[in-house]
Design a protein around this ligand. Structure first.
Ligand SMILES: [Zn+2]
Length: 58
């Protein structure tokens, strides 16, 4: 379960596992595709911890 702002209805909603349609691994983490309670298809990108050396600038 996670919370995300829908790009369609603009609401911050809790997303439950039964709303998740697809998980896709990317270079930096994974994309979670889910359906908002308004019916819009949404994507939530999750960064994998420690997997973004490109953005590290001391
Ligand atoms: Zn929505």
């Amino acid at each position: 379960m996670f919370a995300n702002v829908c790009t369609s209805c603009g609401k911050r909603e809790l997303v439950f596992s039964d709303q998740i349609r697809n998980l896709r691994q990317t270079a930096t983490g994974f994309d979670v595709r889910y359906e908002c309670t308004c019916g819009a298809s949404q994507v939530w990108h999750v960064e994998r911890a420690g997997a973004s050396p490109v953005s590290v600038a001391a």
